[in-house]
Design a binder for this molecule. Structure first.
Ligand SMILES: Nc1ncnc2c1ncn2[C@@H]1O[C@H](COP(=O)(O)OP(=O)(O)OP(=O)(O)O)[C@@H](O)[C@H]1O
Length: 217
């Protein structure tokens, strides 16, 4: 479950600091929300708070009852690996590692034993229909396949919270529908809270419940 209270973020700058004031909100396990707002309204910054890449000051961000600001950096890294799945807009795959190795890395960060990693990573990649691409490097995969590796990596630790930043940005309409079906069904299977940041009206057709920041784009 996600709880955000009185969160304010300031990007300091000598000339023109940017202050982002967020509405307080709660998202429960199993809920699915689209996060929309005009460019620069703070969507990606909010995802960074929800995943503990930034920590709240002032304000509070709790994930499954844990205040992320109360954890040190190493604890936050471990917490993120175990409880959160983050699908970055540009996927952030390790280029020198195969699909299987990229997913196994996430299991290593969560403290899963080396013995279990290969089997679980293979299962996660099969879940996203990439069982036949285990040993391919990212450069040998299509954009859609790279994204599915990123989804497999995000779900392999069975997170309670799944965050996706502009998941349809690189895809045509047919593939956008496919990836949204995959994200929704996976979140449902995990009973995870799903938050999708987007500018794309197609995503809103899949997930009608909106969280809005600033004006809509
Ligand atoms: N590292 C940074 N230093 C200074 N300002 C920043 C930094 N990162 C973001 N900002 C500013 O903070 C505001 C919010 O940025 P953010 O990327 O969270 O918005 P967004 O809603 O995700 O935008 P977009 O829809 O264009 O991706 C913007 O005005 C941006 O210029």
């Amino acid at each position: 479950m996600i709880e955000v209270r009185n969160l304010i973020h300031t990007y300091p700058s000598c000339s023109d600091p940017v202050t982002l004031q967020y509405p307080s909100f709660t998202v429960h396990r199993g809920d699915q929300r689209v996060l929309m707002g005009s460019s620069g309204s703070g969507k990606t910054t909010l995802l960074h708070y929800l995943s503990g890449l930034l920590v709240a000051a002032p304000g509070q961000v709790k994930i499954s009852g844990t205040d992320l600001a109360g954890l040190n950096e190493a604890q936050r890294d471990g917490f993120r690996a175990r409880h959160l799945g983050y699908i970055f807009q540009d996927f952030h795959l390790m280029q020198g590692y195969t699909a299987l190795e990229n997913v196994m890395l996430a299991l290593g960060l969560a403290g899963v034993s080396p013995r279990e990693r290969k089997q679980r990573a293979t299962e996660a990649l099969s879940r996203v229909d990439l069982g036949h691409r285990l040993h391919h490097l990212p450069v040998q995969l299509s954009t859609g396949e790279r994204q599915r590796v990123a989804i497999a990596r995000a779900i392999v630790n069975r997170p309670e919270v799944l965050l996706a930043d502009e998941p349809t940005a690189h895809l045509d309409e047919a593939r956008s529908h496919q990836v949204m079906d995959l994200l929704k069904s996976t979140a449902q299977d995990l009973n995870a809270a799903l938050i999708v940041v987007t500018h794309d009206p197609l995503v809103k057709k899949h997930i009608p419940d909106l969280l809005t920041l600033g004006a809509l784009a």
